[in-house]
Structures are given as structure tokens and as C-alpha cells.
Design a protein around this ligand. Structure first.
Ligand code: SAM
Length: 195
């Protein structure tokens, strides 16, 4: 089952955001909300065979990780605003080192990138990056872990963490710089076509 890790470098960890200002004071939480949509939303259905980790690294209390488990998700709708309300609930939970369930299928923890990746050891890491190797047909595996930036790219430190991973690839989905949510759609489509 594939997993996606999206790094929100400046996304606020404060639950006191306005549902009317998702693209402003939140540090572009809207970008991550669209990633939730791309990872799980089918027409009239939800993908149950995907996990999505969102890393929120903005003030006031970074790092904060959110885990969306497709197999358990409930109350997820296609619109960004209702997903933002689920994120708000999760951010209201205590930030502990282990996962705390917020609503069905949504968990939160005080984890940074290394903390999240530690849970995915033994799996191949596919770093999605414009300058990577152009995706060869059939190259992806169903249990790959995809990592990508949100509004901004990964930091140099994150890139060092990724390149130090025992089994990793840097893959480009095409020559143009794409939105993170579109990258997830393309990766899932490539996986489906190769299965
Ligand atoms: C909106 S982009 C980040 C900022 C972008 N690099 C820029 O210059 O504005 C979000 C992320 O999507 C991924 N991405 C974007 N275009 C891609 C492509 N053509 N192939 C693979 N990954 C891509 C990268 O991980 C990137 O950090």
C-alpha cells in the first residue's frame, strides 16, 4: 500500500485558524488540504489503500505530523473547508511523541520528518522532484513511500535525510514544476497503470 509524506515547511501548527482564510495566515494549509483530496477522493468513493502523512513545520509549535489512514477514514468530504475542520480538531489534540487519534482515520503526533520516516523503515522512498530521473514505465512499487514538498520544496536538511535513506529514488513526473496535489494524482495513476 503506498504512503505519501508531504512537507509543509511553513504551515501553521496553531489550531486557531479561520476556516475562511485557509490560504493566508495558515502558511498555505490549503495546499496540504488539496493533497488530502488527491490522495483519497475518488468520484463517489474513498481510496482505502493509501496512507498520507502531512508534516506541519510552521509556528507556534513545530513539528506536528498528521496521519490520514485511508482504511479507517470517516467524515472526509471533497471540499477543503470540511477537511480543514478535521485538521483543526487534530491540532487541538495534545502533541505527544506517539500517535493520538483525533477522528476516525486521522491521527496526530509531535514528529518531525525523521520521526515519521522511522515508522516506514524497510520501505523504498521515492522523492518526487522536478530534477529527478524521468519516471520510467513500471518503475513504481505498490508499497513505495513518496515524499514531496507542499507549497515549498524540502529543505537541504530534509534532502540529506532522504538521500541517506537506505533505498531511495529521485523521480521526476515531468519537466514542469507541478502542484503537490497534482503530483499525488499522477503518482497514484502511474501505480494503478503498473499494477
Ligand atoms: C509546488 S512544488 C514546490 C515549489 C516548486 N519547486 C517551485 O519552484 O515553485 C511542490 C512539490 O511538488 C513536487 N514536484 C513538483 N513538480 C514536480 C515534478 N515535475 N516532478 C516531481 N515532483 C514534482 C516537489 O516535491 C515539490 O517540492
Amino acid at each position: 500500500m503506498p504512503a505519501f509524506v508531504v512537507v509543509g515547511r511553513n504551515v501553521s501548527t496553531d489550531h486557531m485558524f479561520s476556516l475562511n482564510d485557509l490560504a493566508g495566515s495558515t502558511g498555505r494549509l490549503d495546499v496540504l488540504l488539496r493533497c488530502v483530496n488527491s490522495a483519497f477522493m475518488l468520484s463517489n468513493d474513498i481510496r482505502r489503500d493509501v496512507d498520507l502523512y502531512l508534516l506541519l513545520l510552521g509556528e507556534p509549535d513545530p513539528p506536528r505530523a498528521l496521519l490520514f489512514r485511508g482504511a479507517e477514514l470517516k467524515y472526509l468530504n471533497p471540499d477543503e473547508r470540511s477537511t480543514a475542520a478535521l485538521v483543526k480538531n487534530a491540532l487541538m489534540k495534545a502533541a505527544l511523541s506517539g500517535w493520538v487519534r483525533s477522528t476516525p482515520g486521522i491521527y496526530t503526533a509531535k514528529k518531525d520528518l525523521e520521526g515519521v520516516l522511522a515508522e516506514l523503515s524497510g520501505r523504498r522512498l521515492v522523492y518526487l522532484k522536478e530534477e529527478g530521473e524521468l519516471l520510467p514505465p513500471g518503475a513504481l512499487r505498490q508499497d513505495d513511500v513518496f515524499i514531496l514538498g507542499g507549497k515549498e520544496d524540502l529543505t537541504a536538511e530534509h534532502e540529506r535525510t532522504v538521500s541517506g535513506w537506505p533505498d531511495s529514488l529521485k523521480i521526476s513526473l515531468g519537466p514542469r514544476s507541478l502542484h503537490a496535489d497534482h503530483c499525488i494524482t499522477l503518482a497514484l495513476n502511474a501505480l494503478e497503470r503498473s499494477s
